[in-house]
Design a protein around this ligand. Structure first.
Ligand code: SAH
Length: 360
């Protein structure tokens, strides 16, 4: 059965046309679903009764079940566990703040990239989320927290650019001014650096900011902690990002986890301005959050020194606050204990990096 949260305004218009209704009914339905966040056809009072009956027979607005939620951290951060229709689970994080309400959403159940520092990577890959499953995380958190979300970051479980079509459609739905209506500047999609997908974004555009998980200044270092760097090495990635910056004229956010004795030395700080030359940059330093890996976080002293070295080199750098540690909801810590309840979901397990470009 068709899930209406999967459809753009145009697709809803075509769907209603196929049921014999004029286009404006599709626009009305779009506003009910995405602007007013209504999921019950009975509440869509300006749609004719016969249409509502037909919709309840031939379509649905499927809502992931909230299976668990953590206690609120002192700053209000909270982790949610959603159970999807096939028994798979994803985690989502709500981050309230003085300047806006942010949700950090997942795009895959697990991840195929196996970055050594990331708990999601350690789980392996189960499946991609659908567009409806991606946007529903925002709506369900709004309902529970009784807020309107102003910012969405695609920084939860999974590699967004390995689920390209569903993620781009979700970004379009979140930014459509007649629907959810978020500013594209308030949506960020974070990637490890899937080069063919970034090339696609250069050609097709994207209603979101791009963030890149850099974490190293040379290939030897980066391949040690990010296996996919062997497929898309730094020189190729940086060349593609320079082209992105040139074409879009948008700044790129770079994320850089500070790992003791691996990438936190003065020579790494010195290498960064050169690596990021000719790109309008915001560099976010991140403390390494505890996961089951044998890397250690840099000392606070080293972190401060690293930041100062970057600032002295006139790089626009900040240290990101590590929110959500109290509830295992910080960057890199998302990994449900039971990713999928039913065995069928395991059929799609694949950690085969060679197939990665098939995903986009
Ligand atoms: N796959 C995407 C998005 C998910 S990760 C990406 O790689 O960008 C979101 C952010 O959390 C990334 O910057 C990631 O590198 C970071 N992260 C992962 N594990 C971490 C850890 N243990 N400590 C701190 N940050 C981590």
């Amino acid at each position: 059965m068709i899930n209406l949260r999967d459809l753009t305004q145009q697709e809803l218009e075509s769907f209603l046309a196929s049921l014999g209704y004029p286009a404006y009914r599709g626009r009305q339905l779009f506003r009910w679903i995405f602007a007013r966040r209504v999921s019950n056809f009975d509440e869509m009072t300006d749609l004719p009764q016969d249409l509502r009956m037909q919709l309840s027979r031939s379509a649905m607005i499927e809502i992931p079940r909230m299976a668990d939620l953590s206690p609120k951290a002192p700053d209000g951060t909270r982790k949610y566990l959603f159970e999807l229709r096939d028994g798979c689970h994803v985690e989502t994080v709500f981050l309230p703040g003085a300047t806006g309400q942010t949700v950090c959403i997942s795009t895959q159940v697990g991840c195929s990239l196996d970055c050594v520092f990331c708990a999601t990577g350690r789980m392996g890959f189960y499946r991609n989320l659908t567009t409806a499953e991606i946007v529903s995380q925002v709506f369900e958190i709004e309902k529970e927290e009784k807020v309107r979300i102003s910012h969405v970051v695609f920084m939860g479980m999974g590699e967004p650019l390995c689920n390209f079509d569903a993620v781009m459609k979700a970004a379009h739905l979140l930014s459509d001014p007649t629907g959810v209506g978020l500013s594209a500047r308030h949506i960020a999609i974070s990637t490890i650096g899937i080069v063919p997908a970034i090339e696609r974004i250069i050609h097709e555009g994207m209603p979101a900011k791009l963030a890149v998980s850099l974490h190293a200044t040379n290939d030897e270092q980066r391949s040690q902690i990010i296996p996919v760097n062997r497929k898309y090495p730094l020189s190729l990635l940086m060349k593609t990002l320079r082209a992105y910056a040139h074409v879009t004229r948008y700044p790129i956010t770079f994320e850089y986890i500070l790992i003791k004795d691996l990438n936190d030395r003065p020579e790494d700080a010195a290498a960064l301005p050169h690596l990021l030359r000719n790109i309008p940059v915001k560099l976010n330093l991140i403390r390494l959050h505890p996961t089951e890996c044998n890397l250690e976080p840099s000392s606070e002293e080293r972190i401060v020194a690293f930041l100062e070295e970057l600032r002295a080199a006139k790089l626009n750098a900040t240290l990101r606050a590590s929110r959500g540690l109290e509830c295992q909801a910080a960057c890199g810590q998302l990994a449900p204990k039971e990713p999928c309840l039913k065995s069928s979901a395991f059929d799609s397990i694949s950690t085969d990096l060679a197939n990665l470009s098939d995903d986009i």
